[in-house]
Design a protein. Structure first.
Length: 280
C-alpha cells in the first residue's frame, strides 16, 4: 500500500473513532469497546476495498456488508456518515427515539445498511444467503461480514461456516474481530473458541491471520481473499478492544459503557491530537 493511501486510511479511521465516541456519549449508552476494535477494518472496507455507492444504496451490483456483531453499530454508522450515506449530524441521535440510528443496524431505517443485525450468530447466515444469491444470479458482487470472537460461541455460526464451505462460497469473506474480550470477561474465561484459525480450516475455509490495526496487513488479507477460489475466507484479526482511546484499551468494562462528560472530553482530545498529527 502506498504512503498516501495509508495516511488517508489512518485519518479516516481516526475520524470514525471520533464518531463512535460522539455517538455513545450523546446516547448515554452503547458499545464503544468493540466498535473501536473493528474501526480500522470497517474503514478499510468502505474507503479502499468495497464497491459501494452512497448515491445509490440499492445498486444490485454493490458489494454487501453485514455487521454480524451488531452491537458495534457505532463504528458502522460513523463510517457510513463519513462516506456520505447520511449527514454526520445524525451520529448525535444514536439510540434516541425516532432516530434512524438505533442501537443495532436496521436495513429499514438506515441508509447504507445491508442487513439488520443484533442477535449474535445470525449475521453470518444472512451473509451466506447473500453470497449464494450472487452465485445463483450470476452477479459478481462480494459479501463481507464482521463477527466478534465472543459471537462465535454461537452454534449458528458453525452451521453457517459448514454451509458456506459446502457451497464453495468464494465470494464470501468474514472477519473475526479477535479482541479477546466480551461482556463477561475474556473469551477464554467465558467459553473459549480457541484455536480459531484451526477451527475454520477444519470447516473447509481459507484462513488468513492478521494484525487488525495494520492497514498493510488488512489490505494484503482482503486482496488475497479475492484471489482464493472454491472456498470462503475467514480473516482472523488480532485487535485491541477500545483501540485508539488509551484508557479504554483492553478494559472489559468498556464493552457496553458510555463515557461521562470528562471521559468524553479526554477521549475526544486524545483522538483530535492524533488526527492533527496525521493531517500535518
Amino acid at each position: 500500500m502506498d504512503k498516501k493511501t495509508l495516511k488517508e486510511l489512518e485519518i479516516s479511521a481516526c475520524k470514525v473513532r471520533l464518531g463512535i465516541i460522539e455517538g455513545v456519549f450523546n446516547a448515554k449508552s452503547g458499545h464503544p469497546g468493540g466498535s473501536l476494535s473493528c474501526a480500522d477494518i470497517i474503514t478499510y472496507l468502505y474507503f479502499n476495498h468495497m464497491r459501494v455507492n452512497s448515491e445509490n444504496c440499492s445498486d444490485e451490483n454493490r458489494d454487501r456488508f453485514v455487521l454480524s456483531k451488531g452491537h458495534a453499530a457505532p463504528a458502522l454508522y460513523a463510517t457510513l456518515a463519513l462516506k456520505g450515506f447520511f449527514p454526520v449530524d445524525w451520529i448525535k441521535t444514536l439510540r434516541k427515539i425516532d432516530s434512524k440510528l438505533q442501537g443495532h443496524p436496521s436495513i429499514q431505517y438506515t441508509p447504507g445498511v445491508d442487513m439488520s443485525t443484533g442477535s449474535l450468530g445470525q449475521g453470518i447466515s444472512a451473509a451466506c444467503g447473500m453470497a449464494l444469491g450472487a452465485k445463483i444470479g450470476g452477479k459478481d458482487f462480494r459479501v463481507y461480514s464482521i463477527l466478534g470472537d465472543g459471537e462465535i460461541q454461537e452454534g449458528q455460526v458453525w452451521e453457517a461456516a459448514m454451509y458456506a464451505a459446502a457451497k464453495k462460497l468464494d465470494n464470501l469473506c468474514i472477519v473475526i474481530d479477535n479482541n479477546n474480550l466480551q461482556i463477561d470477561g475474556t473469551v477464554e474465561e467465558v467459553n473459549s473458541p480457541y484455536p480459531i484459525p484451526e477451527k475454520f480450516q477444519s470447516f473447509g475455509w481459507n484462513v488468513i491471520k492478521i494484525d487488525g490495526h495494520d492497514f498493510n496487513d488488512i489490505n494484503d488479507a482482503f486482496e488475497a481473499a479475492k484471489e482464493c477460489k472454491g472456498k470462503p475466507t475467514a480473516i482472523i484479526a488480532k485487535t485491541i478492544k477500545g483501540k485508539g482511546v488509551s484508557f479504554m484499551e483492553n478494559q472489559v468494562g468498556w464493552h457496553g459503557t458510555a463515557p461521562n462528560a470528562q471521559q468524553y472530553e479526554d477521549a475526544v482530545n486524545e483522538l483530535k491530537d492524533k488526527l492533527s498529527a496525521l493531517e500535518r
